[in-house]
Design a binder for this molecule. Structure first.
Ligand SMILES: N[C@@H](CCC(=O)N[C@@H](CS)C(=O)NCC(=O)O)C(=O)O
Length: 198
């Protein structure tokens, strides 16, 4: 049985969603970040952490890709060109999409007040908008970023789309907007929200 540490209102939702996609059992532990319990697993105090047979895996992307590889779902096999292309979308999501949202969040409510630069928000929105333009080109007419197969980067991008709405970032209309609707309407995501009390 997997245990996930982290509230569903954090990147931990990515892990809950992935577990639901794969039909796996899990325990929910909503201990907040920066607590001793979390620091015992992750020195940075950040969530999510996944506990597997008493060992911790930290970082949402590492966790979701681990689950995908272990259970042979939501991923192309390691060592294939398709997998490299899939990982490239994952990296794009981390750098361009999560990166701009996280920059805004850190400077709104994460960093100590005297370390925040609230004026960075328009720059973060600009970076996010650029990422959406890139995504439109890379997605093309595909159902999912890797074609007709839902994979790890779709889940990560869907999570970021929901985060963007909460952070009052504009989501594009058109193909990317429809893609986000398609991804976030997945039953597994809805189940993860219900089970975790999101
Ligand atoms: N790259 C890490 C980032 C983890 C992270 O920043 N988590 C946030 C919640 S979404 C956190 O714990 N923040 C507390 C803090 O920054 O002190 C991941 O994807 O898991």
């Amino acid at each position: 049985m997997y245990q996930v540490i982290g509230s569903p209102r954090t990147r931990s939702m990515r892990v809950y969603w992935a577990l639901e996609e794969m039909g796996l059992d899990y325990e929910i532990n909503t201990t907040p970040p920066r607590t001793d319990e979390v620091r015992a697993h992750n020195p940075s105090g950040k969530v999510p952490c996944l506990i597997v047979d008493g060992e911790a895996i930290i970082d949402s992307v590492a966790i979701v890709q681990f689950l995908a590889d272990k259970h042979s779902q939501l991923t192309f096999p390691a060592g294939t060109v398709k997998r490299a292309q899939q990982d490239s979308f994952t990296q794009f999501c981390c750098d361009e999409v999560d990166g701009s949202l996280w920059m805004a969040a850190k400077n709104s409510f994460i960093h100590p007040e005297d370390m925040r630069v609230p004026a960075i928000k328009p720059t973060a929105k600009y970076e996010f908008a650029n990422a959406m333009t890139t995504l439109e080109t890379r997605l093309g007419d595909n159902e999912f970023v890797m074609g007709d197969t839902f994979t790890v980067p779709d889940l990560l991008l869907g999570h970021c789309a929901n985060w963007a709405v909460g952070a009052k970032f504009d989501l594009p209309d058109g193909k990317v907007g429809e893609y986000f609707k398609r991804v976030t309407a997945r039953p597994a995501y809805q189940r993860a929200k219900e089970k975790t009390g999101y």
